[in-house]
Design a binder for this molecule. Sequence first.
Ligand code: ADP
Ligand code: MG
Length: 700
Amino acid sequence: MRPALLNPLFVPVRSLSGIGPKTGKLFDRLLADDQGEARIADLLFHLPHSTIDRRARPKIREAEPGSVVTLEVRVAEHRAPGGRHSKAPYRVIVEDETGDVELVFFLANHQWIERMLPLGETRWVSGKLELWEGHLQMVHPDRVLDAAGLAKLPPVEPVYGLTEGLFQRNVQKAVEGALNLLPPLPEWNDPEWMKARKFPSFDTALRSVHHPQNPQAIEPTSPARMRLAYDELLASQVALGLVRSRMRETRGRASVGDGRLAKRIIAALPFSLTPSQERSIEEIRADLSSDKGMLRLLQGDVGAGKTLVALLSMAHVVEAGRQAAMMAPTEILARQHYERLTPLAEAAGLRLGILTGRDKASERNRTLKALEAGEIDIAIGTHALFSENVVFRDLALVVIDEQHRFGVHQRLAIGRKGEAVDMLVMTATPIPRTLVLTYFGDMDTSTLREKPAGRSPIDTRALPLDRIDDVVNGLHRALANGQRIYWICPLVEESEQLDVAAAQDRFETLQQIFGDRVGLIHGKMKPREKDEAMARFQSGETQVLVSTTVVEVGVDVPEASIMVIEHAERFGLAQLHQLRGRVGRGSAKSSCLLLYRTPLGETAKARIEIMRQTEDGFLIAEEDLRLRGEGEVLGTRQSGMPGFRLAQPEVHGELLQAARDDARLIIARDPELTSPRGEALRVLLYLFGRDEAIGLMKAG
Ligand code: ADP
Ligand code: MG
């Protein structure tokens, strides 16, 4: 149960006064995962990326062109453009005793200007001063204030990342509302450490970043930012540490296999293992054969061949007379694993079972009985595998196929429930080396770096959206050749404001052209409908599958050779890479078309360029990190660092080591988090959404 004092931070942003449903949606888009609702805590953790310093208050003669200044001036002259519909700007001359400045307003409301800048009065104007044809001018001052307004002007103004339709003042105002809800929280950091690092309290740190007194206050290395980053890192390290310590306490038995099943599986393969598959399997077998608990991460790009490594690992424990389970994030993926593994399992004499949330009751009962009796060696399924009534005769290994989600903590907690098993977590998100520790703490890792032989490179091209008709025309030939095509659209519903091509619309347009060969899959469909849509595409009954990214397009359809991504500029680099990985899985020549809306921003351009240059997921991940390290303005979290909001591993790496050491000490001294500091740490875990680890303590 979440500590009650945190409740105000977990109410939706849209409950703040002054935020209607429309703005509320924009905040959700800016701050919340997938389709969730943004909460107050999300808003508080949305830190300004820069500031506007309005403290410079020079006389006009001393003011520096190119800089932001706040000038005290007298309004000397209004020069309204002639004619109501004139395109000429409205100019206002303002002066002090040292010189004058021209204020320039394009397409301005005349009455508004007359009211804001009455002739002969004193006003304060704040904005960027420019030199134009020998004149000082300020185009659209950010602020025009009277004495009362000046008194309220923050000397340094925070600037936030936005999303289309949202403005700085919306975010600034909402943040004010959120800060008012921030309760005093118990201190979870060690006082000595705080003193040594000059850390302010959590509360003070957040306020000083949202109300910067100077531009340094928001720099990632300021004491406040360091403190907040440390808090986030500590939360994640404590959560990982709790998982680890449970792992050690409930140490497993050694599962020593003799290789007989693995040999049969390998003999049934039409190819040989890649060197990194060989190496990974060796590493995993060594762990399984020892009596210490295994907690290992298997990293490898989409298509790198992780599933086979998983199967051989599971076969190893079966050789030792024990059982294994493999959990996929979705029903579709679970079924796919089951179907793909069945022939190999049969060749080796392994007995597979499948368990999802939607099996028929009679089937389910049969499977449950067989699992308990040990008549199934390997169970494949969704998290239904770990519901309470599932009993294994002797479960030795759990493989968790994360795909590209980041719920490691949650999944670990599930997998650990009551069972003393080894864990293998597979992720298709290539994580830069520098970040593995951040995400996975002390986890051991195995990496599949090279792709299986026989894959041809994917031809990646970028085209402006107005060439979409050419793309559609090109599909005629592809379809005639029997090719299969994924067509990805970014959102489900048409939204007037955002001009996003909706999957439904795209489906209908394509259906008009290509008829029944077009299928559709999106997140609002019922699970069964999704399965059916997927099955039709797999069997070739449909050849074009229009899909939103809400659906994990994780299913392997080797025949798919064309990937079209609409509004590629809206996707992060990692996401583009994941999507592209859905093609190029067979030996056919594959292509990926990135359709973008013009004009392309600098970052989007850089992302698309990287996509065109390489298919190496690890390289792409490094580039992604570098692009983000350059402090660009990120609109949505989609392109941000998954899982972390305050810590920037490229800046706060040094704190990470300290957080690990701290977490270790905490868990050694107070493994149930019951001391006063332990209680405060529980608050920290909830605050950063790492609370699954708390449930794990009770279960242990
Ligand atoms: P991942 O789970 O890493 O995305 P998969 O395990 O689904 O990748 O493998 C993708 C495809 O590559 C599968 O069709 C699989 O049979 C094939 N594959 C796996 N290992 C090899 C290999 N060593 N050589 C050739 N093909 C392989
Ligand atoms: Mg896979």
